[in-house]
Design a protein around this ligand. Structure first.
Ligand code: NCD
Ligand code: ZN
Ligand code: ZN
Length: 456
């Protein structure tokens, strides 16, 4: 039989081990993995000698801003950035216009992604006062639910709001019936408001960068974590804490895991790379929420990710315009920064420095997210029967990150000037090469919708 694609001389990296072999792809799936470089026939052959072959990255937290906020990013530019960064599946967040909180708005986003996306996409729905939408949204194909505790009700269309515990308990129970996951932005906004008002009273404002982290200290995260764990216990619902930011938060998660609460977490490069001392240099470039904290937290997050206490790396790719990032008062500067194109390279560089293993990179950026969100082993593993989502990396390549190289509409990256060793050189989505040597070569529409319900 003739295969569509063969990747020969591959050093195939899995979450636990690395093996030599030859990968054979047919109809968008991995048909076989052969230990021998046998006499196979294929339409296209990629010789991966000297490189490493990884399951494509699964990034469970990005904002592609489509529809409605496409002056910041859209599904085409965002997914090109993902492909350039070795990411083959993304989960897109619901804070778009109109927000993804019911089936009608889900269908609008799905159609856009179908036409524009170069990589596979999961579509989150908001967890708001939408109990009657939960099961229909799951049937329609969402990947999970986002409980964004940093949302103000005035940011939602009229009639929609963040539920109190009474209403939230029923929604969590409904989600638990299906075994789906609630992904949580853990900040207690009542406390943020309190801290912010007191800081403003003392005159802390323009360019007083530390006011950002002082307005959102780690206790704010702890409060929201406690609330989340209570609701998880009440309902039995699985919860995933996204963009974890504090040492104490990680300790609390571990404690609740020991007690049997089904909780996992992720961290993004912003929080394990930078710390409060860097605000002076980067200003709005690293203003994100929850806030980047102090060195002690940054260290705990990196150590937690490297050893697996924090199961997942997720970028929180959150583009804004230059005006929104750099031309407003410090309090009004919008939070978020891009990163889907640089996350895997940052990890590869750390592997070259001996700070993390390649196997653990595959684990935290492909296998674990796929497992937690019910896509494993269709995604997150190179094995027969899995989708042919594959990233080939050159661990020897030395390069410097530049704004210009970013595929995002928003070019500013705080990693500009970072000298890294290790880079994805080929990205394959469902058997199609979509990125080669940093250039997008695939077609929009290469990516497909993903969710835990699908047959494969
Ligand atoms: C995100 C955004 O811009 O949408 N910003 C951020 O700083 N993280 C929102 C979010 O993920 O909380
Ligand atoms: Zn968030
Ligand atoms: Zn986000």
């Amino acid at each position: 039989m003739e295969y569509d694609l063969m990747i020969s001389n591959a050093r195939i990296v899995g979450p636990d081990a690395t093996q030599e072999g030859c990968i054979l792809v047919k109809d968008g799936k991995i048909a076989a993995v052969s230990k021998e470089q046998g006499d196979f026939r294929a339409k296209e052959v990629i010789d991966a000698a000297g490189k490493y072959v990884l399951p494509g990255g699964v990034d469970v937290h990005v904002h592609f801003r489509d529809p409605g906020l496409t002056y910041k990013e859209d599904f085409s530019t965002g997914s090109m950035a993902a492909a350039a960064g070795g990411i083959t599946t993304i989960f897109d967040m619901p804070n778009v216009q109109p927000p993804t909180l019911n089936v009608e708005n889900f269908e609008i986003k799905k159609k856009i992604a179908e036409e524009k996306s170069y990589v596979n996409y999961g579509i989150y729905a908001y967890l708001v006062n939408n109990l009657d939408q939960i099961t229909p949204l799951i049937e329609a194909g969402v990947c999970g639910f986002k409980w964004d505790l940093s949302t103000f009700d005035w940011e939602l269309p009229e009639g929609w709001y963040l539920p109190d515990n009474n209403e939230a308990a029923d929604i969590f129970r409904e989600i638990a019936k299906h075994g789906y996951v609630v992904t949580v932005h853990a900040e207690d906004m009542e406390l943020v408001k309190n801290y912010t008002e007191h800081l403003k009273e003392t005159g802390r404002d323009q360019k007083d960068f530390l006011a950002h982290v002082e307005a959102r200290p780690d206790i704010v995260e702890l409060s929201a974590l406690h609330r989340t764990f209570v609701l998880s216990e009440v309902s039995g619902c699985k919860v995933h804490i996204t963009h974890l930011t504090s040492r104490r938060g990680l300790e609390l998660i571990k404690e609740y895991q020991r007690r049997g609460i089904p909780v996992t977490s992720d961290v993004g490069p912003s929080w394990f790379t930078f710390c409060a001392e860097d605000y002076e240099k980067y200003g709005g470039g690293i203003r994100v929420i929850p806030a980047i904290r102090y060195q002690n937290d940054t260290d705990a997050l990196w150590e937690g990710l490297a050893c697996g206490d924090i199961e997942v790396m997720a970028t929180d790719h959150a583009p804004h315009s230059n005006e929104e990032k750099f031309e407003r008062s410090w309090w009004d500067t919008l939070p978020g920064t891009i990163g889907v194109q640089t996350s895997l390279p940052i990890l590869l560089d750390r592997a070259n420095k001996g700070e993390i293993t390649l196997n653990r990179i595959v684990d935290c950026y492909a296998s674990q997210p796929a497992r937690i969100f019910g896509l494993y082993p269709r995604k997150g593993l190179i094995a027969p029967g899995a989708d042919a989502d594959i990233t080939i990396v050159d661990m020897e390549k030395e390069w410097t990150v530049t704004h210009e190289e970013m595929y995002s509409k928003t070019k500013y990256t705080p990693y500009n000037g970072f000298q890294l060793k290790g880079k994805p050189v080929t990205t394959i989505v469902m058997g199609q090469v979509v990125m080669q040597d940093g250039k997008i070569v695939g077609q929009p529409g290469a990516g497909k919708l993903v969710n835990p319900k699908q047959d494969w």
